[in-house]
Design a protein around this ligand. Structure first.
Ligand SMILES: NS(=O)(=O)c1ccc2oc(NC(=O)c3ccccc3)nc2c1
Ligand SMILES: [Zn+2]
Length: 261
């Protein structure tokens, strides 16, 4: 493959005892985005993002990452347009990161890792009654991926970082309200999009991925704050929450489209 031997790394990857391949898996994520192989699609619309900060509920450490969850009982926080035929409701957002700045993202661009990657997870509430139903359907989910790169301190991220000590251990949760995650999304409209899957169990092939071309900048202290979280519960032997990203998966019979020339 372009950057690495997928299967073996996936099968051996400590974090996910995933089978060598998902039975019949033809659209697994993450993937390497080879810029020159992506195909400009002039019919792709701009992505419209409309989040209501009052739908923000809480932050919790689920033992894989830390998630900020939203009230998805109405259409108050949605995305529409882009490659999507329906509007999708925001369910949660979370991050993936490395032990050091040389790696951490799930997707790569021309085989380059970023130190972290943000995922904003949405579900198709037009066609399905719940997230749990949508997660089983090919067009059930839409995840916006945003790369984080080392640079200037990110003011919007800092409110999140300040809350992390309270969710250091697995299965801890704190109330978190009035946060608008659109402050974490670059204003540049350019994105790549492809048909993929969840990158942690259940690994279902239900995700339309929308990967922003431009990264956001965060500083070293903010990345280090992510690395103070733990995979383990209070009282267990501490294991630092780092390298919570899945190995690259084969592109197989897929094309990555770009919204930009
Ligand atoms: N790295 S990923 O591909 O974005 C990814 C991977 C696996 C995921 O499982 C869930 N489940 C919920 O959010 C959920 C939240 C509340 C209730 C039920 C499910 N979201 C995921 C996103
Ligand atoms: Zn993720």
């Amino acid at each position: 493959g372009a950057c690495c031997s997928y299967r073996l790394r996936d099968a051996l990857h400590p974090l996910w005892q995933s089978p060598l391949a998902i039975p019949g898996g033809t659209r697994q994520s993450p993937i390497n985005i080879q810029w020159r192989d992506s195909v400009y699609d002039p019919f792709l619309k701009p992505l419209k993002i409309a989040y209501d900060p009052t739908t923000c509920l809480h932050i919790w450490n689920n033992g894989y990452s830390f998630l900020v969850e939203f009230d998805d009982s109405t259409d108050r926080s949605i995305i529409v347009g882009g490659p999507l035929k329906n509007q999708y409701r925001l369910k949660q957002f979370h991050f993936h990161w490395g032990a050091i700045n040389d790696w951490g993202s799930e997707h790569t661009v021309d085989c380059k890792f970023y130190p972290a990657e943000l995922h904003l997870v949405h579900w198709n509430a037009v066609e399905y009654p719940s997230f749990e139903e949508a997660v089983m359907e090919g067009n059930g989910l839409a995840v916006i991926g945003v790369f984080l790169k080392l640079g200037a301190r990110h003011k919007g991220l800092q409110t999140l970082v300040d809350a992390l000590p309270a969710v250091r251990h697995k299965d801890t949760v704190i109330e978190f309200d009035d946060f608008d995650p659109s402050c974490l999304i670059p204003s540049c409209p350019d994105y790549w999009t492809y048909a993929g899957s969840l990158t942690t169990p259940p690994l279902t092939e239900s995700v339309t991925w929308i990967i922003k071309k431009k990264p956001i900048e965060v500083d070293e202290d903010q990345l280090e704050a992510f690395r103070t979280l733990l995979f383990t519960s209070d009282g267990e032997e501490e294991r630092r929450m780092v390298d919570n990203f899945r190995p690259l998966q084969p592109l197989m019979n897929r094309t990555v489209r770009s919204s930009f020339r």
